[in-house]
Design a protein around this ligand. Structure first.
Ligand code: G3P
Ligand code: CA
Length: 241
């Protein structure tokens, strides 16, 4: 089973921050990091899960209504009087580039199924190629249309199609969106393993996010493997490696 850090080490540290990514990058044996991108009013790519900043920062409103300079003034509480900012994707790539050139993976989820950020695909592909790290990047989205655009821009890249159920992932993939991998919710494995054999099946989990208290419950990894899951995106990867 390949283990990924979902939004960085997001159980112990605030999700999608440089702090959470730095901690993940230290874990020996970790396959890679998953993160989410949105776009600001002045067209900068930033790393943030929600379309709004309300849940994770001290601000309110939609990411698309903020300029990057305005967004950078918002604070993410990291405990002990410490604060993080919403990072740009450039800052994250600066942090991970060296490791990625060495094979460490980055799954960039384009959060564009609710807000159709025009030009997002071109921007992220250009940034990745400028650093020559395209061999270590997997793009994903719930939007099949966005994945189709990615595939047209990069014929070689790895693409994971997101959906709740693995059957919906498979049928979206077969529908020609250009994806080569299935990224379902872990409870949505509604096909027998032989029907998904041969595809990377990277399952995402809910679980506790900082600063919620962890329960200490551990997943039965072998049972997940038997369902055909090849990779897991976990908030607490450090507990499995
Ligand atoms: O990319 C897998 C997973 O992160 C998708 O769900 O809501 O955590 O972005 P979400
Ligand atoms: Ca995600």
């Amino acid at each position: 089973m390949k283990i990924w850090a979902h939004r960085g080490c997001s159980q112990m540290y605030p999700e999608n921050t440089l702090l959470a990514f730095r901690q993940a990058a230290k874990i020996k044996g970790l396959t890679g990091i998953e993160l989410d991108i949105q776009m600001t009013k002045d067209k900068h790519l930033v790393v943030c899960h929600d379309e709004k900043v309300d849940r994770t920062t001290n601000g309110i409103g939609a990411v698309k209504e903020y300029s990057l300079a305005e967004l950078k003034k918002l604070r993410i509480d990291a405990g002990n009087g410490e604060y993080e900012q919403i990072p740009t994707i450039d800052e994250v790539l600066d942090l991970l580039e060296e490791k990625m050139l060495d094979g460490f993976k980055l799954n960039i989820e384009l959060k564009n199924s609710r807000v159709a950020y025009e030009g997002m695909e071109e921007k992220i592909i250009e940034k990745v190629h400028a650093r020559n790290i395209q061999g270590s990047v997997i793009y994903s989205s719930f939007s099949a249309l966005s994945l189709e655009r990615i595939r047209k821009l990069d014929a070689e890249t790895e693409i994971g199609v997101l959906d709740s159920k693995v059957s919906d992932c498979l049928f979206k993939l077969r529908g020609g969106c250009g994806a080569n991998a299935l990224h379902p919710y872990w409870k949505g494995i509604d096909l027998p393993p032989e029907r998904i054999k041969g595809y990377p099946v990277r399952a995402y989990f809910g679980g506790h996010l900082y600063p919620e208290k962890p329960t200490g419950t551990k997943l039965a990894i072998t049972a997940l493997e038997q369902k055909g899951i090849t990779d897991v995106f976990l908030n607490e990867p450090e507990q499995y490696l």
